[in-house]
Ligand binder design. Sequence first.
Ligand SMILES: [Zn+2]
Ligand SMILES: [Zn+2]
Length: 358
Amino acid sequence: MSFLDYVLEKPSYGWTDTSGALSVPSSRQLLSEFFSRLNVVKCKKNWLSFFSWFKVAALLPFFLVFMFQFFSWQFFVAGFLYSMVLMGTHGTIWHHRYCTHQAYTFKNKFWRFITRNLSLKIIPEEIYVISHHVHHAKSDQPGDPYNASGGFLYCFLADVNHQPIARTLNEKDYDRVVRLMAHTGVKSNNYQQYQKWGSVAGPLQTILHWVLNWGFWYGAFYMIGGHGLACALFGGAFFWAVGVRTFNYEGHAKGEADKQRDGIDYNRQDNSINQLWPGYVAGEWHNNHHLFPSSARSGFLPYQLDLAWCYIRFLKGIGGVSSYKDSRKQFLERYHTPFVEKKQKEAGQPVEMYTERT
Ligand SMILES: [Zn+2]
Ligand SMILES: [Zn+2]
């Protein structure tokens, strides 16, 4: 069994059924697993998942105060853009391309700190990072923590039911987990602390980071637009925090295998698809990403806007990022140009090479 087969805590319904196929739990099983794994009274190793959902719940009152006390259309639009574009793109820049895939490197800790705290802190790094490595190794196979064939709820509750790291790792395996997180700046528990808390992150530092991060941003938003703007943006973050949990289901075509389109979705190893909305607001061209996971850019074609890439390029320009990988050239050479040439031949047109955009 390889490391990625057991690094995540197996749900009570297992990854596979007795025949080795994906175990598809009922909604009742999924909900029961969810609440059992959020129960910090029963087991304190549930703290990180509990804390993650506590933060989501804590954002709702801001939305309600905004709606009933401070509503204005300008702030509503600001909240929408903040949540969809800024938080969405930040998730791609930080959790996805940096923390998981190490698609680029920071010049120093200062720029890492700025990038990490560029938006409201909600998702714990380790829950995203370790499980995302498993997702790439087992996309749409049993063991994929957000296997879209498991259904909407299987993916929506995945951060609690399928993504936390296993609690019974031996010291050597726990070290491997720590190494996968080492570049992120999350201070890691030692093995004894891991055995107590079941996590890489320690509760004290995590809570302190949350208080400072939210406190800073509330203060900054208040200075710009008073409580009205602060509540609108925090309230918008609530919808992002809930909505982002639907992405993995949608990004793998809801588990349907026939949704990939010629000339758009070149990767056929899994069910991932490129979608306009996650692409435009967050740079998540997911089919492209599965072709070149370690590329700091996923928007390869001219219409595929990639704001996360714009940020990484911008930081490179001002000296905050020291290096990045960009797989656009390989994408065009291996996939897009041969496709375009084939189409042109079939249509009897003279073959024109795809010209590099400058
Ligand atoms: Zn995927
Ligand atoms: Zn990825």
